[in-house]
Design a protein around this ligand. Structure first.
Ligand SMILES: *Cc1c(COP(=O)(O)O)cnc(C)c1O
Length: 275
């Protein structure tokens, strides 16, 4: 975020933070979502706190807050009567969340510290156990963060919506997919990587939104030379094709015992493999 904020300052850009899965994370002592101009948090059913569907935008800027309210509520229908002059980007959408869901969200928010603490505890315990397994390398956070000595008020705190692990094929004689399949067969929901990069989705690969080739090959876009070939974002692809993630098992109501079960299952697979 430091680098992004520097670029934003240099070029006079506004920053919207996608904190969709980062409720309660700290970056150098600052709550994520409060560093840029607007922070956006998802409350969809998968997130640490959730209301089924929904989300929250936060900002300290009164004008941006007002604009967000307009955009949420069919912007154009009320801009006129409100006498609001800057109509840029205020198109007519319906992003309203119901008050019932907002009430659920308020209660969920109170649970956030407890939910995060449980999650972080499970992750670090799993990390300790995985240290023994040489072909799995848990990605915790920047190495300097976990045991860093920086001042308390400058600490970073990841909250692990997803827990990623590197799979090191050179250290073991099975493939990632075989290993994930074995874990799944043991009853654990490990994923093959994370979702594929956006540009590998059919929309981009087949270059079709409305009809074949449109708008990608439309005359007005021809100078853009849009390339969506594999290899565009090597790190994202590495995660998708070669690494592993979990998120089901690192949250309440799972307990330490469930985490121990994961470790036991991994040991069992390794043993069965040797046999
Ligand atoms: C979940 C998620 C979203 C989408 O949030 P919705 O509330 O489902 O629209 C966007 N970005 C990231 C990083 C997410 O994890």
């Amino acid at each position: 975020m430091d680098v992004i904020m520097d670029i934003a300052e240099e070029f006079n850009l506004r920053i919207i933070e996608d904190c969709a899965q980062a409720h309660g994370c700290l970056y150098k002592g600052k709550e994520v979502g409060t560093i840029g101009d607007i922070g956006v948090f998802s409350l969809n059913v998968n997130k640490t706190i959730q209301t089924g569907e929904g989300g929250v935008c936060i900002t300290n800027d009164d004008d941006l807050a007002y604009r967000l309210k307009l955009i949420r509520n069919h912007g154009e229908a009320v801009v006129g009567p409100a006498g609001y002059k800057n109509i840029v980007n205020i198109a007519g959408y319906n992003y309203r969340m119901t008050e019932i869901l907002a009430a659920v969200a308020s209660v969920q928010l109170k649970k956030l510290p407890t939910l995060n603490q449980a999650r972080i505890g499970m992750v670090y315990s799993l990390v300790d156990q995985l240290l023994e397994i040489d072909f799995l390398q848990p990605l915790v956070s920047r190495p300097e963060c976990k045991d860093c000595n920086c001042e308390e008020n400058k600490k970073c705190k990841p909250t692990f919506y997803v827990f990623p692990m590197r799979f090191l094929p050179e250290k073991v004689n099975i493939t990632r997919n075989e290993f994930v399949a074995a874990l799944n067969a043991e009853g654990f929901l490990f994923f093959q990587g994370y979702t594929p990069p956006l540009y590998l989705q059919p929309l981009y690969q087949e270059k079709q939104l409305f009809k074949k080739g449109y708008p990608f090959k439309a005359p007005v876009n021809q100078h853009l030379n849009m390339d969506y070939n594999k290899g565009l974002c090597p790190n994202t692809e590495q995660l998708h094709y070669h690494e592993m993630t979990i998120n089901e098992h690192i949250r309440l109501p799972n307990t330490q015992e469930d985490i121990d079960d994961i470790y036991r299952a991994i040991k069992k697979i390794i043993q069965a493999y040797h046999e």
